[in-house]
Design a protein around this ligand. Sequence first.
Ligand code: C5P
Length: 209
Amino acid sequence: MRVLITAGPTREPIDPVRYIGNRSSGKMGAALAAAAIAAGHEVTLIVGPVSAAIPTGIRRIDIETAAQMHAAVLREFPEHELLIMAAAVADFRPVRLESRKLSRGQAMSIECEPTEDIVAAAGATKRPDQRIVGFSLEARGDIDRAREKLVRKNLDMVVYNPIETMESQAIEPVLLWRDGRSETPPGQGKGEFAKLLLDRSILLFNRKT
Ligand code: C5P
């Protein structure tokens, strides 16, 4: 199967040296890519600036901004059956890119606009032979917000992930399906979880959505 995975943060430039970013390490996406390669799939990884080690044997597309990731996902998705959207896309970007480094010493504010919702855009173009898995990073207890995204973004499965585990090695996810079912895998590392998630993603192809 051809599997498209996104990983890591995006960076939204403020001026030539500064950006809005987030703490995503890219480890989850890298672990998913490794699990997919090990299972014999063809993998394309669209990845933001990360320190995590990226497995070899994949097609790697490096991007920096949400707009670049948006363009790359929409270009690549038609050639893949499965999209796993593990990237932590920045939700806001500065309206203006300052051409010169802003100087210090005075109060300033940055006007921002929302970035594209990439996985929702992919969801809107999804064919019957394609499946999409999204992630939902929420405060502990906000699982209903994750469930709502399944429908709104036209996904087939969502991984609810407590914010508190974002930078850690371990993960405490809950898998949510369109038919209302959920699964809480036992506490485990990102590598083990990646294998389980890939397995469940492949099963999505046997069910109607
Ligand atoms: O709405 P929220 O950001 O919580 O949704 C999370 C899911 O949406 C993740 O799969 C994330 O990769 C994706 N996302 C996106 N584009 C954005 C923000 C999030 O594709 N601008």
